[in-house]
Design a binder for this molecule. Structure first.
Ligand SMILES: [Ca+2]
Ligand SMILES: [Ca+2]
Length: 380
């Protein structure tokens, strides 16, 4: 297996995946997949600023809007300027990307140079992993044109700590835009299909009007959860769930949700909360993915709340690229252990606006576009 991976990498280095700029626009809706099944593990549009991108060398990184180009329909991009050396660039640390050592990923990045820039002969956009400078891909800059850089690579944290999007030496002073960075993971690279999952069940909003806890349990096992008519948020209803007796910041009501999740889909989680005490506190809505040391706890929303606020809505979204070995929860907690509160009208809604990121039976990209690949050099 190890040998096969090494061979695959060698082939990848020898044959850089240079895709004409028009390709991305025509195929913007298709997953860029190098295997039968690819899951997006990181996607940066720069719509909310620089994100996890960090400065390399003396580059200046400036989030911009209104700069639409092929592969960057939303116009939001990161402008990389003030360049003197080819390492004056943007770095994306593996830790910030959420990449794991030993795993194989494919990165695809859309890069653009302004139409009025002077582009020296031989100047090329480039990406690689640093500090090894391996996993190199490049594509010629052309003023006013977008290029798509793509590369499959295996994370080796003994050699590398980040992904760098820069230029070759000939392009060292050319300022450029990065419009979109997507990283996918081959989830079947270990061999064999994952067992099929049942389609997600519909989630009915939990309003506690049936006077049950609706599946909520104390996350710490010591909390007191009581269905009560002391408070209610539901229109025409009477009941809410009272949460008290917490002893730790992470204690609170928790609900298993894996049977409501289609793997790879994005969900909107909404919970209404009413503070009981102390007079002000903070309440967080989060999700737990998996159990034990490998669990993740993405925060979905948090708010500072006062008793006088009455009912307050916490809402956030999360894409379940992993179903945590069939253990997923949504839960509420508070950094102060003495916080007590009511919850009501909890909903868990699949968002249909985004494509499902897991696509099976895709033609491998190197086959689908084999006539579009050009031979290229890679740096030693
Ligand atoms: Ca963008
Ligand atoms: Ca209610």
């Amino acid at each position: 297996m190890r040998k096969m991976i090494k061979q695959a990498i060698s082939v990848s280095i020898a044959v850089a995946l240079l895709i004409p700029s028009g390709w991305f626009a025509q195929n913007a809706g298709a997953a860029v997949a190098a295997a039968d099944e690819a899951v997006t593990v990181f996607h940066e549009t720069f719509a909310n600023g620089a994100g996890v991108a960090g400065q390399s060398g003396g580059a200046k990184l400036t989030p911009v809007t209104g700069k639409a180009f092929d592969g960057n329909d939303d116009g939001a991009a990161l402008y990389v300027s003030n360049r003197v050396n080819n390492w004056d660039a943007a770095d994306f640390k593996f830790s910030g990307l959420g990449l794991e050592n030993g795993k194989t990923y494919t990165v695809t990045a859309a890069v653009y140079v302004d139409v009025d820039e002077t582009v020296p002969d031989g100047a090329k956009a480039a990406l690689q992993t640093v500090e090894s400078y391996e996993n190199y891909a490049e594509a010629s800059y052309e003023a006013g044109k977008a290029v798509i850089l793509t590369k499959e690579f295996t994370v080796d944290t003994s050699k590398d700590k980040a992904l760098r999007i820069n230029s070759n030496a000939d392009g060292k002073v050319v300022p450029y835009y990065i419009g979109d960075v997507r990283i996918t993971e081959k989830v079947t690279s270990g061999g064999g299909e994952e067992p099929p999952r049942d389609p997600a069940l519909d989630f009915a909003t939990i309003a506690f009007e049936d006077q049950t806890a609706g599946g909520f349990e104390g996350r710490g096992g010591v909390e007191t959860l009581t269905v009560t008519d002391e408070a209610n948020h539901t229109e025409g209803g009477s009941y809410a769930l009272k949460v008290e007796g917490r002893a730790k910041d992470w204690h609170g009501p928790s609900l298993r949700v894996e049977k409501y999740v289609d793997k790879g889909s994005e969900y909107k989680v909404t919970a209404w909360v009413k503070l009981i005490g102390p007079s002000s506190s903070q309440i967080q809505l989060a999700s737990q993915i998996g159990e034990g040391s490998s669990a993740n706890y993405p925060e979905l929303a948090k708010k500072a709340v006062s008793i006088s606020d009455g009912w307050v809505m916490l809402e956030g979204t999360y894409r379940y690229s992993s179903v945590g070995n069939e253990y997923l929860t949504i839960y509420l907690q508070s950094p102060s252990a003495d916080t007590a509160f009511y919850i009501d009208d909890i909903s868990f809604e699949k968002l249909e606006s985004e494509p499902i990121e897991i696509q099976k039976d895709l033609t491998p990209i190197k086959n689908a576009y084999q006539n579009d690949f050009l031979p290229t050099r890679h740096l030693p």
